[in-house]
Structure formats: structure tokens, C-alpha cells
Design a protein around this ligand. Structure first.
Ligand SMILES: Nc1nc2c(ncn2[C@@H]2O[C@H](COP(=O)(O)OP(=O)(O)O)[C@@H](O)[C@H]2O)c(=O)[nH]1
Ligand SMILES: [Mg+2]
Length: 243
């Protein structure tokens, strides 16, 4: 198959409840779009029927590719998906569709043009968060402050699970990613900045889903450790090694 216009990459871990519903919504939306598209689900580490249900769905959906990744972590799943994708634009999409899929249009031409990376922002003017408990909101803001101070000045929301990359940018960035867990977004955005790519923030409507795979305390502590790891890697020139 020649390269599709768009690849949608969906990382999935223990998503037997949310994924089938989200895939239905995604394909119902895509049927109405004029462009060619592939959807890639990458599952890893699930103890439920995520993989089986995704494969069942793919039997009736030729544009769906289902992959299983051996290495654990969201970052490892997303890297695999982004590098296996063939689309001219490659969109990371959380399985919970906490951003309605209709907003995808905001990340593609003609709504935006001349970008390397377009990231969903729950902080940019015009964004709206629905139902988010305040401990999560303020925990997220505190982590973002550390991220801005140490790694990504000026980016007010690096952690939202909806991001679009031009193919060339994706190939360059994801090959250099070293983190396999939740903090991969920070590293890939740092790599994009380092390569002087343009990063556009897109305000979205975002609906908090209580069925989160994030553990508020454990994953927040890990993320802070990873922020210092990226900072140290940068100081040691680890991200300079490749073009
Ligand atoms: N493949 C894979 N996906 C993961 C992993 N951890 C989280 N995800 C996916 O990452 C996305 C975001 O997870 P979610 O629980 O919604 O996190 P939250 O929105 O930050 O609360 C979902 O699509 C999850 O299935 C993992 O270890 N492997
Ligand atoms: Mg979510």
C-alpha cells in the first residue's frame, strides 16, 4: 500500500473496556473523511483481552493494524507504533478518547500548516477541561512547572495523549527516544526542540476519565525522576550524538 495521508497510533494497555468503543468511534469518524488512513493499535503488558478484542476488530477493518510489543511501557508502545507507521502525518491517540476524535481536524492541514509537531494542550487559550479532580489538575501543574524550568520552557502541557507529527519529524525524533514509560512525551518534545523543529500547541476540549492507568503518586514520582534523567542526559550531550 502507498503511504496513507494519516496514521493514528493508539497505545493500549488493559483497555478491553475502552478500546472497542473508541475504535468504533474512530472508524465512524474516519469513514466521513476524504483522506487515506491507517490505524495502529500497539498493546503491551495487558492482563486482559485487549489484544484479542483488537484483533477481532481488525478482522472486519482492513485499515487497522494490531501490534503486540514485548517491552513494557507507554513510551515503548508509542515509539514502535510511530516508527511502523507510514502516514504523512502520524497522530498519537489515547485509547480513552478523552479528546473527542472530531478534534483531530485541528491537528491537520488546512487547520494548521507548516508544523513539525502539533500537541494537544489543556492549558492554551480556548482549551476546556471537564470533570478533572483538582488533585490531578494541580499535581499536573506542579510537574509541568518542573518540566518548564528544567527542560521545556514555554510549553504548558506536555502530557496530553494527543500529538501529531509530520512523518520526517517522527522518524528523526522517535529513533532517538530512550525512555520507555510515561515520561516519553517530555523527551520527544525536548528532542524536537533540540532539532529546531516547530511545535504548535492546539487548545482542545478534554474529558477526564476516572478509569486512568496512571497511579497518581507512584507515576508522578517516577516522572520527576525521569525529568532529572532527561536533564542529565542533555547536559552530558547524549542527545547530540545523532543528527
Ligand atoms: N501500550 C501501552 N499503552 C499504555 C501503557 N500505559 C498506558 N497506556 C495507554 O496510554 C493511554 C493513556 O492512558 P490513561 O489511563 O488514559 O492515562 P491518563 O489519561 O493520563 O489518565 C491509554 O491509551 C493507555 O492504554 C502501557 O504500558 N502500554
Ligand atoms: Mg486518559
Amino acid at each position: 500500500m502507498s503511504s496513507p495521508f494519516l496514521s493514528i497510533v493508539v497505545p493500549a494497555h488493559n483497555e478491553e473496556l475502552r478500546l472497542p468503543r473508541s475504535l468504533k468511534r474512530i472508524f465512524a469518524f474516519l469513514e466521513k473523511q476524504p483522506y487515506s488512513v491507517e490505524v495502529i493499535v500497539i498493546e503491551n503488558g495487558s492482563s486482559d483481552r485487549t489484544l484479542e478484542l483488537a484483533r477481532n476488530f481488525a478482522q472486519n477493518q482492513p485499515n487497522l493494524l494490531v501490534l503486540h510489543e514485548e517491552r513494557a511501557g507507554k513510551g515503548n508502545a508509542v515509539r514502535r507504533g510511530m516508527l511502523e507507521a507510514r502516514g504523512e502525518y502520524r497522530f498519537i491517540c489515547d485509547a480513552d478518547l478523552s479528546m473527542p476524535i472530531e478534534e483531530l481536524e485541528k491537528f491537520l492541514p488546512p487547520a494548521v500548516s507548516n508544523f513539525d509537531v502539533a500537541i494537544a494542550s489543556r492549558e492554551a487559550p480556548g482549551a476546556v477541561r471537564y470533570n478533572e479532580p483538582s488533585y490531578r489538575h494541580w499535581g499536573g501543574r506542579a510537574i509541568n512547572l518542573i518540566i518548564r524550568l528544567l527542560i521545556l520552557p514555554g510549553l504548558n502541557d506536555t502530557q496530553c495523549g494527543f500529538k501529531c507529527f509530520r512523518a520526517e519529524a517522527a522518524e528523526k525524533i522517535f529513533r532517538q527516544q530512550t525512555l520507555g514509560g510515561w515520561s516519553f512525551d517530555i523527551e520527544i518534545l525536548y528532542l524536537a526542540r533540540r532539532k529546531r523543529m516547530s511545535i504548535t500547541e492546539i487548545p482542545i476540549h478534554w474529558y477526564f476519565d476516572a478509569d486512568s492507568k496512571v497511579s497518581a503518586v507512584r507515576d508522578a514520582l517516577r516522572m520527576i525522576g525521569d525529568i532529572f534523567r532527561i536533564h542529565r542526559n542533555a547536559l552530558r550531550g547524549r542527545y547530540d550524538l545523532k543528527p
